[in-house]
Write a protein that binds this ligand. Structure first.
Ligand code: TPP
Length: 308
């Protein structure tokens, strides 16, 4: 979670200096969802992310230096510097890609889930779905087809309160998204998206269904994003002090630190040591990214199509 937080904070400043080209959406604040869910998956399980994909990538084990280089559009970035923030992927880690098309991840992950079922290896595919994306027809179709085909698919609903600049209370027509998902015949396990352990436990229950022939399952997490919809968003639609209050009272990193200390599993010095290690990793990632070569004209047509 700390790697994601530091990565995103640094990407924010790198974007604002102009070092990172393109459009970037930050995941900071939502870390407990990505990490809680992905800690229950192996490299052989698949995820499909959203336009807000860095946190999902890191949680699935993608190389952080390679990611930073990718965002900086460098030749030895995770995808040769040609994918960038919204098309970052790492097949070896089961991370099938971020995706700029809202709602597209659900049917794509369903395809992966059907492949998992046909191969019979007990693997699953999961898609992350925002509150805005939860209104998309593609997600409804994927939910229905997943039930019909009993696909080992986990839908991870991540309600961060906004779809671009529209509050979920306005954009979602029904009173209860959970009931809407259950209406498709999918069991839903609810989690506190500010609490790693809550998400981790909900994901375990969802996987119990998906891995053992029960068809699709879902987890529904409430969370918040600390930054705007995209880097540079003036956020005029947010109440003054809203983000500060969440940072003070509902930070998943603070929650995790408190829980670790209270249980005696990690003391303050160990937690600080982890934080320092993470700080050094992100510093190295940025330095390497800034100094790495750009893709060259001869790289243009390399890896454009892959039939796996
Ligand atoms: C099919 C499609 N429609 C609209 C957009 C424009 N768009 C980009 S992000 C976004 C909001 C997505 O909200 P949500 O799913 O809640 O994810 P969040 O940004 O909150 O993580 C929209 C409407 C798009 N990229 N694709």
């Amino acid at each position: 979670m700390k790697v994601i937080r530091e990565f995103e904070d640094r990407v924010n400043t790198e974007c604002l200096t102009g070092a990172i080209p393109g459009f970037t959406h930050l995941y900071s604040g939502q870390e407990a969802v990505a990490v809680g869910a992905c800690e229950q998956l192996s490299d052989d399980d698949f995820i499909i992310s959203t336009h807000r994909g860095h946190g999902h990538c890191i949680a699935k084990g993608c190389d952080v230096v390679g990611m930073m280089k990718e965002l900086h559009a460098r030749r030895d970035g995770l995808n040769g510097g040609k994918g960038g923030s919204m098309h970052i992927a790492d097949i070896a880690k089961g991370m099938l890609g971020a995706n700029g098309i809202v709602g597209a991840g659900s049917p794509i992950a369903l395809g992966a889930a059907i492949a998992c079922k046909l191969r019979g290896e007990g693997k699953v595919a999961a898609s992350f779905v925002g509150d805005g994306a939860s209104n998309q027809g593609t997600v409804f179709e994927a939910m229905n087809m997943a039930v019909v085909l009993k696909a080992p698919k986990v839908f991870i609903f991540e309600n961060n309160g906004y779809s671009e600049h529209t509050g979920s209370s306005y954009g979602i027509g029904c009173d209860d998204v959970v009931k809407r998902i259950e209406g498709f015949g999918i069991p839903v396990f609810q989690a506190d998206g500010f609490d790693f352990f809550s998400v981790y436990d909900a994901m375990a229950k969802a996987l119990e269904v998906a891995r053992h022939g029960g068809g699709p399952s879902a987890i529904y997490c409430t969370t918040i994003r600390y930054f705007g919809h995209f880097v540079g968003d003036p956020q005029l639609y947010r109440a003054k002090g809203e983000v500060e209050q969440y940072r003070d009272e509902s930070c998943c990193l603070k929650n995790f630190r408190a829980r670790m200390q209270a249980s005696g599993e990690l003391d303050l010095a160990s937690l600080d040591a982890i934080d320092n290690e993470v700080g050094a990793l992100i510093e190295r990632a940025v330095n390497e990214a800034r100094n790495a070569p750009r893709p060259q004209p001869e790289d243009l047509l390399k890896n454009v199509y892959d039939n796996y």
